[in-house]
Design a protein around this ligand. Structure first.
Ligand code: ZN
Length: 162
């Protein structure tokens, strides 16, 4: 008896697509349709749950770091002027403002990351660029005011202050 396994690309979405830079192989996520502000782009799930962060995980709680499903969300790059946000309470990837089709979808890494596994120098090139990205715990009060953070990150920031 033969058994043919069909390969299903679970990562294909109607709303966003991965683009790969032919030279650097750097992956990015782009919108395939236009969105209003505060609209859900994709609901996500945890493909894997880890106790410590990696460069691909999103922090859900003190000891829960998830790998995202659909996996295309791993391709959402950081920007200091983000147009998207990971709502880890509702498990929704949402827009922060209206986004036309064909625009890169970005989020502010520290919005969901307390202390990043791999800090990096940001070259997003936006007016809001804050330079070295290390995680929410390293942001100044002035920087904190400018961004939306996950509920968990907001709690962490509150308790760090008190
Ligand atoms: Zn930047």
């Amino acid at each position: 008896m033969s058994f043919i396994e069909t390969e299903i690309d679970l990562d294909q979405t109607e709303v966003a697509e991965i683009r790969i830079d032919p030279i650097t192989s750097h992956r990015s996520l782009f919108s395939k349709k236009s969105f209003r502000g505060n609209e859900v782009i994709l609901k996500f799930l945890a493909k894997n749950v880890l106790a410590t962060p990696t460069y691909l995980t999103v922090q859900i709680s003190e000891t829960v770091h998830i790998e995202l499903f659909p996996e295309c969300l791993e391709c959402a790059n950081h920007s200091c002027d983000p147009n998207c946000f990971f709502d880890t309470t509702r498990m929704e990837f949402i827009t922060l403002r209206s986004i036309p089709a064909g625009e890169e979808l970005t989020f502010f890494y520290p919005s969901a990351e307390w202390d990043m596994d791999q800090p990096f120098e940001c070259y997003c090139g936006t007016d809001r660029c804050i330079g070295l990205i290390k995680g929410a715990r390293y942001l100044s009060d002035d920087q904190l005011k400018q961004y939306r953070f996950t509920d968990f990150m907001s709690q962490k920031l509150q308790s760090a202050k008190s």
